[in-house]
Design a protein around this ligand. Structure first.
Ligand SMILES: [Zn+2]
Length: 157
């Protein structure tokens, strides 16, 4: 009489394992970390293509070197570690890997050029806004991903 419940246990455990496996391939909802990563990627493509010409070439914001948008990076003036300005279009410009990574972002040149373009007061205000407390949820990330996916689509037409 005690046997049937015993036999049931491993079956449940096996079912759980297979669900996890299937879940990965099925439309299992993404974690917030995955959505953030996806937005980083979509947002980066948008920034790089936004400034590219019809041939797909774009100039590095800090050294002026011209290259295909696929080879340039999305440079952040205010570090990506500040979530409040991480996805702010005015904080981002195409930047070559030499300046963005090896040059530490070339913050002085970045700031100078950004101020020339957007004005000193605006850039100073944006700098302060990096401390703003933001609480992005999965819905926010999903909306932004859809928004920038659409913008990229518009650019490629
Ligand atoms: Zn450069």
């Amino acid at each position: 009489m005690a046997k049937p419940p015993k036999a049931k246990k491993p079956r449940v455990a096996l079912k759980k394992v297979s669900n996890v496996k299937l879940g990965g391939k099925k439309k299992k909802s993404k974690t917030q970390a995955q959505l953030k990563k996806q937005l980083d990627s979509v947002f980066s493509v948008y920034i790089r293509r936004k400034y590219a010409n019809a041939d797909g070439d774009v100039a590095c914001f800090t050294c002026g070197k011209i290259m295909p948008w696929q080879h340039i990076q999305n440079g952040h003036f205010i570090s990506r570690s500040y979530l409040a300005t991480r996805f702010h279009e005015d904080n981002c410009r195409p930047q070559c890997v030499g300046d963005n990574i090896f040059g530490g972002g070339k913050p002085l040149d970045f700031e100078e050029n950004l101020k020339r373009e957007l004005g000193e007061i605006y850039v100073e205000e944006m700098k302060k806004s990096r401390h703003n407390i933001v609480k992005y949820d999965r819905h926010w990330y999903t909306e932004k991903i859809n928004y920038y996916t659409e913008k990229i689509h518009e650019l490629s037409q």
